[in-house]
Ligand binder design. Structure first.
Ligand code: ADP
Ligand code: MG
Ligand code: MG
Length: 202
C-alpha cells in the first residue's frame, strides 16, 4: 500500500512531464491517464483495505484497468493484477517472492502487449530493473541495496529509450520521428521502481 501511495504521489508530481513526453510522440495524455488511475487506486485501497499484499495489488490492477483510458491502463493493470495473483494470500512476502511475482506481472504485460526490450516501451525499463533486482538478491545484497540498485537501473533504462525508434504503441506510428524522445511509459515505469525502492527501504 505504501508502494502505491508513493507511486500515486510521484505520478501526480511528474504528471506534466509524463504528459509532455507523450505529447512529443503520442497523444499527450500519459500523465493525466496515470494520475487518474493511481488516484483512483489509492482511493480504492483506502475505501476497502485489502487483507493481503497480493489482494492489494490485484485491486490496484483492477482499478487501473477500469479508470485509465489508453494503452497504459490495461498494461499497468495487468502488471499489478498478475503480480498480486502471484503473491496469492500470503500475509508476508520476502524480497525474492516479490521479485518473482513482479516477473509474473512482466510476463503478463509482454504477453498482452507483445513488446520486447528495444521496442521503446515500459518493458525496456521493467526487464533490466527486474534483472538487477534478482541479481542483487542472488548476490546477497541487502534488500534496500537490491531494490535501490534496481531503481537506478530503471531510471537509466528510461533515458536509454531516447534514441530508439518505437515499435509498439501509438509512438510506433511516427516511425523514425519517434527517435530522440524518451518513452513516456518507460519514464512512468522508472517512477514506479523508485517508489518501490523507497517503500521497501522505508
Ligand atoms: P495511449 O498511447 O493509449 O494514449 P498512454 O499514453 O497512457 O496510452 O501510454 C503510452 C505508453 O504505453 C507508451 O509510452 C508505452 O510505454 C506503453 N505501451 C504502449 N504500447 C505498449 C505495448 N504494446 N507493450 C508495452 N507497453 C506499451
Ligand atoms: Mg497517450
Ligand atoms: Mg491516449
Amino acid at each position: 500500500m505504501d508502494w502505491i501511495e508513493r507511486t500515486a504521489s510521484a505520478v501526480a508530481a511528474e504528471k506534466e512531464r509524463l504528459t509532455s513526453l507523450d505529447a512529443a510522440i503520442g497523444d499527450g495524455d500519459h500523465g493525466t491517464n496515470l494520475d487518474r488511475g493511481f488516484t483512483a487506486a489509492r482511493a480504492a485501497l483506502e475505501a476497502k483495505p485489502p487483507e493481503f499484499p497480493g489482494a492489494a495489488l490485484v485491486q490496484v490492477g483492477t482499478t487501473l484497468i477500469s479508470s485509465v483510458g489508453g494503452a497504459s491502463g490495461p498494461l499497468y493493470g495487468t502488471v499489478f493484477r498478475r503480480t498480486g495473483k502471484a503473491l496469492g494470500e500470503a500475509e508476508s512476502v520476502s524480497a525474492r517472492e516479490l521479485a518473482d511475482a513482479i516477473a509474473a506481472g512482466l510476463a503478463g504485460v509482454q504477453k498482452l502487449g507483445g513488446a520486447s526490450v528495444g521496442d521503446k516501451t515500459m518493458v525496456d525499463v521493467f526487464v533490466p530493473a527486474l534483472d538487477a533486482l534478482l541479481a542483487g538478491l542472488a548476490d546477497g545484497a541487502s534488500v534496500d541495496g537490491a531494490f535501490g540498485a534496481a531503481a537506478d537501473v530503471a531510471e537509466s533504462a528510461a533515458r536509454s529509450t531516447i534514441p530508439l525508434r518505437a515499435r509498439k504503441g501509438r509512438a510506433s506510428y511516427l516511425g523514425e520521428r519517434s527517435e530522440g524522445h524518451e518513452d513516456p511509459g518507460a519514464a512512468s515505469a522508472a517512477l514506479l521502481w523508485r517508489a518501490l525502492a523507497e517503500s521497501v527501504g522505508g
